[in-house]
Design a protein around this ligand. Structure first.
Ligand code: ZN
Length: 345
């Protein structure tokens, strides 16, 4: 089996690996499409994500779909030949968080493509992968594998919207208009938001958001006056989604959110927080809410994609065969050219 492996910064290799053994409740899936996410890019570019440093050959990828090729003796939910979206989160089901339904905080989670633990939790960017049957969500034959692989990022977006509460009739703003930002905007639209504002510093990502439903796009670098206008009268936006992971982005959210409004933190914040007006969270009685990964939203996401309730195809920049994986990562790292790039097998 071929597997993509990151050995360190800018050191990605395609290696031949043995396939994993199959337990009675396991499913072997031939991976067909894997999206490149921001964290995958970070591991590739820097050999680390924050404190998580690559210490052994590491296979990235957690946005995957494929076709079942073998099932264990006790598997009843899928059969060889079934097309599936693969939930990258294998939770324990018994810890206090799982028992409370907060699967995204499982104490014993195995999540594809994360170096947060050692040995690392290997990802899905390989020819085949062994998962538990409950991680396999069947999809119709009419759904392209590339679209099915959007299940994970769409689940993140749906979870962010869920965390915000009702959006019916609301004005929402998404700061950071990459794939997760664009999907959050689409999820907010699905949830009934009326005005959908996308903010970024790259024209191409804003154009992509306009294609998927943004009613207004703002280039934060070139047009700060547009943000000033939203900040008047203590703020005109009901709910902000901070997806950029920058304190400058969070500062804009705090400025434009109306008193008693909500900010959902979706991005991984890094850099200096100096100058971020945190005190306004108190002054304006804002609710600042975190949104980490997803719980039940993965299955909802796959259902929405399967029934074409949400059309994510405008966000797919290119799906490249694994032989072009280096090119794929280079393209994914260029925000002026790429929204979502995938690797196919
Ligand atoms: Zn658990």
């Amino acid at each position: 089996m071929l597997a993509c492996e990151i050995h360190g910064a800018k050191d990605l290799r395609v290696a031949e690996r043995d396939v994993d053994a199959l337990k009675p409740t396991d499913v072997r899936v031939a991976v067909k499409a894997v999206g490149i996410c921001g964290s995958d890019l970070h591991y590739y570019q820097h050999g680390r994500v924050g404190d998580f440093v690559i210490r052994e050959p590491f296979t990235p990828g957690h946005e995957a779909s494929g076709q079942v090729i073998e099932v264990g003796a006790e598997v009843s939910t899928v059969r060889p030949g079934d097309r599936v979206a693969i939930n990258p989160s294998r939770t324990c089901g018994v810890c206090r968080y799982c028992r409370a339904g907060a699967f995204n905080h499982c104490e014993n989670v195995h999540f594809f493509g994360s170096a947060s633990r050692f040995p690392h939790m290997q990802g899905a960017m390989r020819e085949s992968i062994v998962v538990e049957q409950r991680q396999c969500i069947p999809v119709p034959a009419s759904l392209p594998f590339e679209i099915a692989a959007f299940g994970e990022p769409l689940a993140v977006a749906l979870h962010a919207v869920n965390r915000a509460g009702s959006l019916l009739g609301k004005t929402i703003m998404v700061v950071g208009a990459g794939p997760i930002g664009a999907l959050t905007l689409m999820a907010a639209k699905l949830a009934g938001a009326r005005e959908l504002i996308a903010v970024d510093i790259v024209d191409q990502t804003l154009a992509a958001c306009a294609r998927v439903g943004a009613t207004c796009t703002i280039h934060a670098g070139r047009d700060p006056a547009a943000l000033d206008a939203l900040a008047q009268a203590k703020g005109l936006v009901d709910v902000c989604f901070e997806v950029s992971g920058s304190y400058a982005g969070l500062a804009n959210c705090i400025r434009v959110t109306r008193p008693c409004g909500t900010i959902v933190q979706v991005g991984t914040l890094s850099g200096s927080s100096e100058g971020c007006p945190f005190n306004q969270i108190m002054v304006k009685s804002l609710s600042l809410i975190g949104a980490f990964r997803f719980t039940d939203e993965y299955e909802w996401a796959v259902d929405y994609l399967s029934r074409k309730v949400i059309d994510v195809s405008p966000l797919l920049t290119e799906a490249m065969p694994v032989a072009r994986v280096h090119e794929a990562f280079a393209l994914a790292g260029d925000r002026t050219r790429a929204m979502k790039v995938q690797v196919t097998f």
